[in-house]
Design a protein around this ligand. Structure first.
Ligand code: PLP
Length: 400
């Protein structure tokens, strides 16, 4: 008897329905492959929304986690542990920044960035107390806290969670004139995803990010790049900002930083920015814990080799070629950066959800986003043959 239907029923019975998962129940995984409770194998084309850039159970990361579990798992930041400095130094070096502040989830990194920018605004820029504003883009996704959903333009994410946190100005994504016009003397930061992942892998027009960098410098405003999904190899470079040679004032990182094992996020910035925080002003019990640091430092070392960025860039071209071949054959548009693709299906054919259900039947797991868009973000350890498999399955789904 198949175990999946009962396991799906139980999961639905005992949890809040804040997600609508595909009806698949995974019990083990390795590399780019997942196995369900009935022994069926699936190619992972979501990679935990990029939390699994290095694949499931990467041997170097698993070994680091095992070794750390046997020695020390948690101290809190009341004490210093022996994994902490190496992680912070190596991540700071990867980012080209002076300092790192480790947290756990992506949303916490965003909240940290907002708090640091406001404090910097009052203490360094001289904004009058309580007046700081941050410019953000429509279509953004930065997480789920009450402050973050306050500046979401997605009604599902926002409705009924008010009262909302003030201090944010929303401008159209990719429109440099609108962004420039929104900046005034009380603006402390511009917070952007260099590519909007949840929105469907939306890449801004060329020149936008360098333009944002320039206007932020000219107007004494911090440029905060939320690279939580786009960063750490996903787009074929260490950071999505690298594609246009842009260096933000603050990187927000998460997801892949935890190697698919533990939640690890971080803010990286220079001392004139992160230095505004003093003891007692911000923190997290689990932030920068020994297990997290032991895994995340190995993630940084994997990235420091450049191998994963190269794979993502090279294999991304194969993914692009495959997907572009389907435009006009069921696909309306594709947007690809490295191993990250937003795929717009002809809405007359099916919804993104239906496409993902049909892909699942063919052993491919992907995730829909708004309407008829699906997102492909396979682990960066995927092979050429596996990419071809995913593209062939999509072609079948579109014509079946
Ligand atoms: C760009 C971006 N920022 C922030 C987050 C929030 O991360 P978390 O779910 O770990 O809080 C996400 C998650 O999808 C994201 O894509």
């Amino acid at each position: 008897m198949l175990r999946t239907p009962g396991a799906v029923r139980d999961a639905e019975r005992w949890t809040a329905h804040n997600y609508h998962p595909l009806p698949v129940v995974i019990s083990s995984a390795e590399g780019a492959w997942l196995t369900d409770v009935d022994g069926k194998r699936y190619l992972d084309c979501l990679a935990g929304y990029s939390a699994l850039n290095f694949g499931h159970r990467h041997p170097q990361l698993i070994a680091a986690a095992h070794a750390q579990l046997d020695r020390l798992t948690l101290t809190s930041r009341a004490f210093i542990h022996d994994q902490f400095a190496d992680f912070c130094r190596e991540l700071a070096e990867l980012c080209g920044k002076d300092l790192v502040l480790p947290m756990n989830t992506g949303a916490e990194a965003v909240e940290t960035g907002i708090k640091v920018a406001r404090k910097w605004g009052y203490q360094v820029k001289g904004v009058p107390a309580g007046q700081a504003t941050i410019v953000v883009a429509d279509g953004n996704f930065h997480g789920r806290t009450t402050t973050i959903v306050s500046f979401s333009t997605d009604e599902d994410a926002r409705a009924d969670f008010g009262p909302y946190t003030p201090g944010f100005t929303i401008v159209p994504y990719g429109d440099l004139d609108a962004l420039t016009a929104a900046i005034d003397e009380n603006t402390v930061a511009v917070l952007l995803e260099p590519i909007q992942g949840e929105q469907g892998v939306v890449v801004p027009p060329e020149g936008y990010l360098p333009g944002v960098r320039q206007v932020c410098t000219e107007r004494d405003v911090l440029f905060i790049a939320d690279e939580i999904q786009s960063g750490l190899g996903r787009t074929g470079k260490t950071f999505a900002c690298d594609h246009e040679g842009v260096v933000p004032d603050m990187y927000l990182l998460g997801k892949a930083l935890g190697g698919g094992i533990v939640p690890v996020s971080a803010v990286a910035a220079n001392a004139d920015v992160l230095g505004v925080l003093k003891p007692g002003q911000h923190g997290s019990t689990f932030g920068g814990n020994p297990l997290a640091c032991a895994v995340a430092v190995e993630v940084v070392r994997l990235l420091a080799t450049g191998e994963f960025q190269r794979r993502s860039a090279e294999l991304g071209e194969r993914l692009r070629a495959g997907l572009e071949g389907l435009v006009g054959k069921g696909l309306v548009e594709v947007r690809v950066r490295g191993l990250w693709a937003g795929v717009d299906i002809d809405p007359a054919l099916m919804s993104g959800r239906e496409a993902c259900e049909r892909l699942m039947e063919r052993g491919i797991l992907a995730k829909d986003t708004h309407g008829s868009t699906i997102r492909l973000a396979p682990p960066l350890v995927i092979t050429e043959e596996e990419i071809d498999l995913a593209v062939a399955a999509l072609a079948e789904v579109l014509t079946a």
